[in-house]
Design a protein around this ligand. Sequence first.
Ligand code: AMP
Length: 430
Amino acid sequence: MAYQTIRGTFDILPDAHSSGGSTIQGAAAWRWVEGVVRDAMARFAFEEIRTPVLEPLELVARGVGGTTDIVQKEMFVVERSKESYVLRPEVTAPVMRAYLEHHLEQRGGAQRLYYIGPCFRAERPQKGRYRQFHQFGTELLGSDDPRADAEVIANLRAIYDAFGITGTRLRLNTLGDAADRPAFRDALRAYFAPHADVLSATSRQRLEANPLRILDTKDERERTLLADAPRITDFIGDDARAHYDALKGLLDGLGVPYVEDPLLVRGLDYYTRTVFELESDALGAQGALAAGGRYDGLAQAVGSKKPVPAVGYAAGIERLFIALAEQEVVLPEAPRPDVFLVCLGDAAEAAGFGLAQTLRRAGLAVDFALGGRSMKAQMKAADRSQAAVAVILGDDELTAGVAQVRDLGASAQRTVPIDQLALALTRDAP
Ligand code: AMP
């Protein structure tokens, strides 16, 4: 084979297929997932936004943050005539850019936005982790109301409920405000410094640049240190605490379950106050179905003069498919044509070609074999297509102005006048 998909990327084909040991669902299943997401977004009055896949490198470097894995090692950078672009690793910074660029605040009120689309990170590919993957997510921009945080979390919950996903845990924490961060960082440095021998090289670097990240370490030895580590809850100011308490009250009121996890910090720099992660038992070590939080500092980090309080989440569609498979949810398969035309002889072929267009104008999905194949080959193709009926047209039928309609499931056959086919078949169509 000459060329293959790039490592960590995959094709979405009409039918499900296997790629690198994982099942990649067919296009119909992807459309269904996207449809369920869109319906839920509509119920929450989130409006769709589509931003480019290419974004300025600076936006991502500043927006996502210089101490993150994404910016330090996972960006796909495109250089072109002195400009540096990146394939977007996430969509929050791009949505904020669009909000600022188009002054979306002028539409009035908080902006409820959602997106669905591909993201790119040069991570080590494995199950549930790709280099081109797909996210859907919300961004609620322009409000610091704790109801905005609750609304976004309720939306996330509603979507996984709509998919029938059970066995999930919503972990919740607050990171306080940016002003609360330095004292917490100092406390973490002071706590971890005497244990530097236990820390990995990565964590020793993080100790300097962003010690909060040590809290979400997966390293067993490091984790033993965490039990006694300083807690953000002891460092946050009154406003952030009141916001967090209000959010928890709202979630309790809605009956949305969550577990507080003071070690949840998230890998992206822009979060303030609320952070959350939706985990599934189905994913095991591969972590989160979705994650999000409040990012009141992002707008100014990417050049806005005014702060734009905002909250949102991003969810991985490949991970959702793993959870769906784990629960044996039956996914839609490629749609089948209503009609497969079988034409015998030149005249029938010519008439059949016109008939196909007539039936399609009547709303039927019509397929036929190309290349003047034998009756047997065409009937085989009709069976393979899983069409509801085969419409058989030969020279004799043509002369009589009729066609044979064969029910492919039951092998029953009847004769129908050609000019009544559209009506007969649309009436029969499921
Ligand atoms: P993040 O933007 O890192 O918070 O990621 C949000 C969600 O996107 C995660 O919870 C995953 O479900 C998904 N995700 C992130 N990175 C990948 C990846 N490399 N491959 C597949 N899904 C991913």
